[in-house]
Design a protein around this ligand. Structure first.
Ligand SMILES: [Zn+2]
Ligand SMILES: [Zn+2]
Length: 138
């Protein structure tokens, strides 16, 4: 089975104001960093990495927050759904798997930043490789 079937993928925020289309997902991972925890209100966030040109915003606009130097987090200004992680120096951007219309179409293949993983995530994707910090996509 192909890792990411049924592409292109579409998704959007909770209220529907922001909609997007992804041509192709390159990879997907769980992020356990403390900034994703704060930005999402969750213990870990599943992200799908896509080439910058493979992401198209089809409705609405993202409210942008610079969470670090050179890093933008984009979310819906109406309902607050976190959608985009955009690091200016990288060719790929990340989209929250949970905002896809069919989140099951994308399965994370590894964990990043597990040095700050929370105890409650111990059984989450337990069979997947874990990396204490950042890692280049496979
Ligand atoms: Zn919204
Ligand atoms: Zn993170």
């Amino acid at each position: 089975m192909a890792p990411f079937p049924a592409q292109p993928l579409v998704g959007g925020c909770l209220c529907g104001a922001v909609r997007y289309r992804i041509k192709q997902v390159r990879t997907a991972f769980w992020c356990h960093c403390t900034m994703c925890q704060k930005a999402s209100g969750s213990a870990a966030v599943p992200w799908a990495s896509v080439a910058r040109d493979d992401l198209e915003l089809t409705d609405g606009t993202l409210t942008r927050y610079a969470s670090s130097e050179g890093v933008i987090r984009g979310f819906c200004g109406s309902c607050g759904s976190p959608i985009l992680f955009d690091m200016a120096c990288e060719a790929e951007v990340d989209i929250t798997v949970g905002t896809l219309d069919q989140p099951d179409a994308v399965q994370p293949s590894h964990h990043l930043w597990t040095h700050s993983a929370r105890a409650m995530t111990a059984g989450l994707g337990a069979d997947l490789p874990r990396f204490a910090a950042e890692r280049d996509p496979p």
